[in-house]
Design a protein around this ligand. Structure first.
Ligand code: ADP
Length: 176
């Protein structure tokens, strides 16, 4: 049996938002196997440890109805994205595009990745209108200032975010 078309959706997912879930849902319509690559990204000083980010994604992915048979896996990675893509046998990198502000960074990254491996294509997806503006960074900021993040993240992610911000040292904040 072949693996079919394998795609990698890389990101920090600190934490996973409804915007990410929208992109994951769309990605499953394009690839036969989706590998969600969770980047260590210690430089970004994540609120959640790598393990926690993976765990939250796994929980949300398991809730997705997966009727079309696309297989979804969540995997952490700390090496070069293109090496990770090659390791899992993917030929597509999926990225979400929000506003124009994402474009320049994404454009450069896609061009660099094409140089590293011309056989891997980057595909950009847009979330639905009501999810497009959501960013993990702002979700954390709103929550930190006491705002309600219920419409931006899944319920269990909201609970974990609020808990973590109330007691940042509780879960042994790791910098991976
Ligand atoms: P990174 O650190 O790589 O930017 P993120 O977790 O912030 O990781 O995002 C992962 C990917 O998901 C990126 O391609 C980002 O543009 C995309 N993304 C995040 N939020 C949204 C959203 N609301 N709509 C569309 N794409 C999104």
């Amino acid at each position: 049996m072949t693996n079919g078309r394998v795609g990698v959706y890389p990101g920090t997912f600190d934490p996973v938002t409804n915007g990410h879930m929208d992109i994951i849902d769309r990605a499953t319509r394009i690839v036969d196997q989706l590998v969600i690559g969770v980047a260590v990204n210690a430089g970004k000083g994540p609120l959640f440890s790598l393990d926690e980010r993976v765990e939250m994604l796994e929980e949300e992915v398991s809730r997705l109805r997966n009727g079309d048979g696309t297989r979804i896996r969540v995997r952490p990675f700390s090496n070069l994205l293109m090496h990770f893509v090659e390791e899992v046998g993917a030929t597509i990198i999926l990225r979400g595009l929000r506003a124009v502000s994402d474009f320049e960074y994404e454009f450069q990254m896609a061009a660099m990745n094409t140089r590293l491996n011309n056989g891997v294509e980057t595909v950009f997806l847009m979330a639905s209108e009501n999810h497009q503006f959501i960013a993990s960074r702002f979700v954390k900021e709103v929550a930190r200032l006491g705002g309600d993040i219920a419409s931006f993240v899944p319920g269990s992610v909201k609970a974990r975010t609020v808990r973590r911000l109330a007691d940042p040292d509780a879960a042994g904040r790791t910098w991976d």
